[in-house]
Structures are given as structure tokens and as C-alpha cells.
Ligand binder design. Sequence first.
Ligand SMILES: CC(C)(COP(=O)(O)OP(=O)(O)OC[C@H]1O[C@@H](n2cnc3c(N)ncnc32)[C@H](O)[C@@H]1OP(=O)(O)O)[C@@H](O)C(=O)NCCC(=O)NCCS
Length: 152
Amino acid sequence: MVKIRKAVMKDAKAIHLIIKERTKDAMVLPRPLNSIFSHLRDFYVAESDDGQLVGCCALAISWDYLAEVRSLVVVPEARGTGLGVDLVNACIQEARELGVREVFALTNIDKFFAKMGFTETDKNILPQKIWADCINCPLFPDCDEIPMIIKL
Ligand SMILES: CC(C)(COP(=O)(O)OP(=O)(O)OC[C@H]1O[C@@H](n2cnc3c(N)ncnc32)[C@H](O)[C@@H]1OP(=O)(O)O)[C@@H](O)C(=O)NCCC(=O)NCCS
């Protein structure tokens, strides 16, 4: 049995490792440990019975009524059981509670997000501020990420 819950302090280093492992195949953007600590309250984790973290996902508020789902990872051994969807749904539920109106993801697994009701959007409609962050990304300027958005 795996439960989805908000991250707490003891999870920070495990979240960092889970994300770091997936940056090797460029599926998620790297995040330094200090960024995990300073954004720890953004994170949900999937925890198995034995206390191991097997997934994570963050909801980051970006702008007026707008938030981003980022750093979504399920470890390979735990995939295909619905945890990815559960983690994104936990973020979307919190976004609703916060009064967020739209949630987006910059992703190369557009089919996964499409199954959850996201649709592809024009990146130019996202605030400039979001793309300003890209300059710090290792993929810049050859980014192949697709902007997907859902209205709540
Ligand atoms: C993407 C990821 C989080 C999915 O986790 P998961 O727990 O296996 O996903 P789920 O079991 O909830 O899958 C839900 C559905 O999405 C589909 N899906 C899963 N991974 C997918 C992928 N990479 N591409 C397209 N569809 C995918 C599943 O087939 C399933 O569809 P179904 O309900 O019709 O069977 C996981 O594969 C992962 O960590 N990948 C590497 C990191 C990554 O790509 N992160 C996203 C960055 S935006």
C-alpha cells in the first residue's frame, strides 16, 4: 500500500535523490537540495508501507491564479499503478483549495497529462516570468517541453 501525503522535513533528501536520478535521462529538470528545502511545502510524496519514498510532485504558484505542476517522478519499480495520476491529483486538489484557476505543466509526456484533462497551450500565453526562469535551465535554448494546461 502506498499513501500520498504532503512532504515533511525528513523527506527533503529523498526527494532530492529521486529527482536527481531522473535528471540523468533528462526527464525532469535538476533541482539543488537548497531548492527542495525552500520549496518543501510545494511537495507531495508517495510513501510505501516500509517508509520508502517512491514518488514526488510539486505544485508551485507561478502568478495570479496560475500554478505549475513540476518535479513529477515515480521511481521505475512503482510505475504503472496510478501513483503518477494520484500525485498530480493531489496537487490539483490543493490548487482548487487555494483558488488557483489554471494549472500548467511543461512536459515531454504530453499524453500522460492529456489523459488527466490537460490540453496543449501556446507557450506565449503563459506569463513572461515563467519563461524567464528558462534561462537557468540546462536545456535552454533547445527545449522540447510542451506546455499543457488545465482549467479548474
Ligand atoms: C510519468 C510518470 C510520473 C508516470 O508515473 P506512473 O505512476 O507510472 O503513472 P500512472 O500509473 O499514474 O499512469 C497513468 C496513465 O498514464 C500513462 N503513462 C504513464 N507514463 C507515461 C508516459 N511516460 N507517457 C505517456 N503516458 C504515460 C499510463 O499508461 C496510464 O495510462 P492508463 O491509465 O491508460 O493505463 C513516471 O513514468 C515517471 O516518473 N517518469 C519519469 C519522469 C517524468 O517523465 N516526469 C514527468 C516530467 S513532466
